[in-house]
Write a protein that binds this ligand. Structure first.
Ligand SMILES: CCc1ccc([C@H](C)CC(=O)N[C@@H]2O[C@H](CO)[C@@H](O)[C@H](O)[C@H]2O)cc1
Length: 826
């Protein structure tokens, strides 16, 4: 039993300096004469890590002692961002570290910039997982994140001559101070082979190949409660270093190739957001995560305090009371069948008991309604790679359809619609498997959860209405305010104290200061300084000049047609034309900032990036415009760049076609940092509008119902084109190569798609109202005080969108665990 009481704490600056120099010497093996900045970064990282390891050990001891129910969050993606500043803030040591570095002539901000972030995610889903880990630790839950340790995360995006170019991001170039390998917990994962009936008629999976899953643990510190939970990421290791037989037969290449091919499983994150490619390597990745994690979860249960005492066969009936598994979309849906396999084939439970335990343990979150994003695996691929699992899905499907048949004996159509295994399409529907194998299913915003029940999961909702819930997304106020916007955080704390950091609802108290002139000036000063800071950063790192006195109008998110960056671009062209047509007109200075990666195979999205960059070039080279309008596309948007952009946002662009953005989370981050939203009634925008009041947000556009009706009635894009001169002009300029004189037809596909009668994302239908909404924005922005009052009201209304609130709801309604704000002894 390790006692931690004696371990020296680092509160004081001297201690930090001593430990820093010890790491520079003993860990990095450098002296100040030859040390690089990266050596200093690593030394302070190890210094800070020292401070949390004792809490990490203590947390594991405490969870073992109290044998709490564990929550397991399974996700193919974790968009973690940088760890150093988050660790220091959550441990409350940033001041002493800052001071210590300063006294050693080092600058903490510069060192923080040297950390390569763990960008193991594509977009919203991956970042949500990271925010939820922070909240689960801050709420004192015994929670584990399980994921994959990709050698390469999301690609680095470079914009070359307006085109997106992708470059591999080797985040592990330097050793990562924030992970520890745990070879003692290596787990075998099986693929291929076949299933035979063994002597007592039990199913036996044989002739499979094995790949080993090596766990790497990263600390997840809670805020100011001494809790340090674990994120366990699996890395594929070939079972044998290389095939001796082949080697001895002289076939060296194949001997080694086999080894590397199995290790390819965790080589790279699939860069698709909302689009399922259906590649077998992706299925291998999904099963790799699931099998390693579920085996590890069962092993932890078997060695838990209550079972350690048990000398006979471990009793699994309490398993659902000791483990809750949350599926982050369908990507880890194989957990349903893997748990069944292990309970039946390894722990010898009966089918019914195994299925009951599985359902009571697992819950599923859906993050998208886009048909192309819903995973359906080809039966033959599935059967070949996972023969035993296909058998179990067949059993589950039979059991499920039996229940459907009993409830709707005549309704053959419903049976066909609800089958998990679609023999016609020869596909396995992972969404249906997730719902059938779970006790709870939730969407990520009220509107999305309602659409889940009325569209893609309608039949399943009618079968088990009690399963369906809503859990509106949230963001962690630690990274997305306290860390990225310290001046605003301090300002808020001076007014209402610091309770808001772990109880964001307290922000409501700021409403009392909405008319406080000094507070209004302070908010304006902080926003301006954040805009100055961003301008300096962009100048230094991207050689981009933007004017902090202009309104920062920002749309940063993955490039996707349903998010309608193209609608924003049409608006930019219209504003450009208006200034050209009336150069003396007094317009506010605007800087329109775009940022976001397109999936490498997503041609249209990449062409939209090119169009935006070409429009930006035309606007910036046009002498008439001067600095009244500036358009920039910032490359390589991700968590670290978001932390610099979001505190500087004046206007938050959330303009997806109603019904297609499940929730959105950048909308919440910008609101929390005093940005006003211009948006459609889609996803969480609806709840943002409810919380802040419709006078403090610029909503526009078709509602979901109107979109549906227009689709019914027949949407004809040409009508809008013909009846709106400004829209027509903008589209014709794109068509005629005004923004691509070097290749006039470059954007013809975009124009064609815009004017197609069934243009899926109805940009032209929402264009006019969007322009009008921007005119309302222009009006209000001219009145700085009124604008700032609405900023204050938006900050005050952001409390609901804390990931702490979301996790409290998951804990109560799905996981049946109890958060605590009790501090663990330090
Ligand atoms: C199979 C390929 C694939 C990969 C990722 C995804 C994710 C579900 C896409 C995603 O990130 N969705 C976003 O999830 C956020 C968190 O809930 C929401 O806020 C966004 O609205 C949703 O688009 C779908 C399909």
């Amino acid at each position: 039993q390790i006692s931690i009481r004696g371990i020296p704490l680092l509160e004081n600056v001297e201690e930090v300096k001593k430990v820093f120099n010890r790491h520079l010497h003993f860990t990095i093996v450098k002296d100040r004469d030859v040390a690089t900045d990266h050596d200093y970064y690593e030394s302070i990282a190890y210094t800070v890590r020292d401070h949390l390891v004792s809490r990490w050990i203590r947390t594991n001891q405490y969870h073992f002692e109290t044998d709490q129910k564990r929550v397991y969050y399974l996700s193919l993606e974790y968009h973690m961002g940088r760890a150093l500043s988050n660790c220091m803030i959550n441990l409350g040591i940033e001041n002493s570290v800052d001071e210590a570095l300063y006294e050693m002539g080092l600058n903490i901000e510069e060192l923080e910039e040297l950390e390569s972030e763990a960008a193991l995610g594509n977009g919203g889903l991956g970042r949500l997982a990271a925010c939820y880990l922070d909240s689960m630790a801050t709420l004192g839950l015994s929670a584990y994140g399980y994921g994959l340790r990709y050698d390469y995360g999301i690609f680095a995006q470079k914009i070359e001559d307006g085109y997106q170019k992708e470059y591999p991001e080797n985040w592990l170039r330097y050793a990562c101070p924030w992970e520890i390998s745990r070879p003692e917990f290596l787990v075998p994962v099986q693929y291929y082979g076949k299933v035979i009936d063994d002597k007592d008629g039990k199913k036996k999976w044989v002739e499979y190949i094995t790949v080993h899953a090596m766990p790497y643990d990263s600390p997840i510190p809670g805020y100011n409660n001494n809790v340090v939970n674990t994120l366990r990421l699996w890395s594929a290791k070939a079972s044998e270093k290389f095939n001796f037989a082949l080697f001895n037969s002289g076939d060296y290449i194949r001997a080694v190739a086999e080894q590397s091919s199995s290790e390819d499983i965790t080589r790279v994150l699939y860069p698709n957001d909302d689009f399922d490619e259906g590649k077998i390597l992706r299925l291998k990745q999904e099963y790799f995560l699931v099998s390693a994690s579920v085996q590890d979860i069962i092993a932890r249960y078997k060695r838990s305090k209550i079972n350690l005492k048990a000398d006979q066969q471990v009793d699994f009936t309490n398993f659902p009371d000791k483990a809750a598994i949350q599926l982050n979309d369908t990507h880890p849906a194989l957990s349903v069948v893997e748990l069944m396999r292990l309970l039946i084939d390894v722990e010898n439970l009966g089918w019914d008991q195994a299925f009951d335990i599985t359902k009571r343990t697992i819950a599923f979150t859906n993050h998208t309604l886009l048909p192309e994003a819903l995973e359906k695996w080809p039966i033959d691929m599935f059967q070949k790679l996972l023969p035993r699992h296909f058998q179990l899905i067949t059993d589950i499907n039979a059991h499920h359809l039996d229940i459907v048949q009993k409830k709707w004996p005549e309704d053959k159509e419903r049976m066909k619609r609800m089958t998990i295994i679609d023999d016609e399409a020869k596909k396995v529907n992972m969404g249906y498997l997730s719902v059938v194998g779970s006790h709870a299913v939730n969407g990520v915003a009220q509107m999305h959860s309602d659409l889940l029940k009325s569209t893609i999961m309608k039949d399943f909702y009618e079968l088990n209405p009690e399963k369906f819930q809503n859990k509106t997304n949230g963001i962690t106020p630690r990274r997305w305010l306290l860390i990225c916007n310290p001046d605003l955080a301090d300002l808020i704390t001076t007014k209402i104290g610091e309770g808001w950091i772990t109880d964001l609802a307290q922000l409501k108290q700021l409403r009392d200061y909405v008319d406080d002139e000094q507070f209004i000036r302070d908010i304006q000063r902080v926003k301006f300084e954040n805009k100055e800071r961003l301008s300096k950063f962009l100048k230094k790192n991207f050689n981009v000049n933007i004017n902090p006195n202009s309104m920062f109008d920002v749309q940063v998110k993955r490039l996707h047609e349903y998010k309608r960056q193209l609608l924003n671009c049409l608006r930019v062209i219209t504003v450009y034309n208006r200034i050209k047509a009336n150069p003396d007109k007094d317009v506010i200075q605007r800087t329109i900032i775009f940022g976001g990666k397109a999936a490498p195979g997503y041609k249209t999205a990449k062409l939209i990036i090119k169009l935006i960059c070409n429009v930006a070039r035309t606007v910036s080279e046009d002498p008439v415009i001067g600095d009244r309008l500036r358009v920039v596309f910032l490359e390589n948007y991700g968590v670290s760049l978001a932390e610099k952009i979001i505190p500087a946002v004046d206007l938050s662009e959330q303009i997806s076609l109603a019904g297609l953005e499940a929730s959105g989370t950048s909308n919440m981050k910008m609101m929390l940092n005093g940005g006003l939203t211009i948006g459609t009634m889609d996803g969480a925008n609806v709840e943002i509008c409810e919380e802040v009041g419709k006078d403090n947000i610029f909503t526009f556009g078709l509602t979901y119902k109107e979109v549906d009706e227009l689709r019914e009635k027949g949407y004809n894009a040409k009508d809008y084109y013909e009846h709106n001169a400004e829209l027509k002009q903008a589209i014709e300029q794109i068509r005629d190569g005004v923004f691509s004189p070097e290749d006039p037809n470059l954007f013809s596909d975009i124009v064609k798609s815009l004017l197609e009668s069934d243009e899926k994302f109805m940009l032209l239908a929402d264009y006019e109202e969007y322009m009008k909404a921007h005119e309302r924005v222009e009006q209000l922005y001219k009145d700085g005080t009124e604008w700032t009052k609405k900023c204050i009201l938006n900050i005050a209304a952001a409390g609901k969108f804390s990931s702490d609130r979301a996790i409290r709801e998951y804990a109560k309604d799905i996981w049946n665990v109890t958060p605590t704000d009790k501090k663990l002894p330090s």
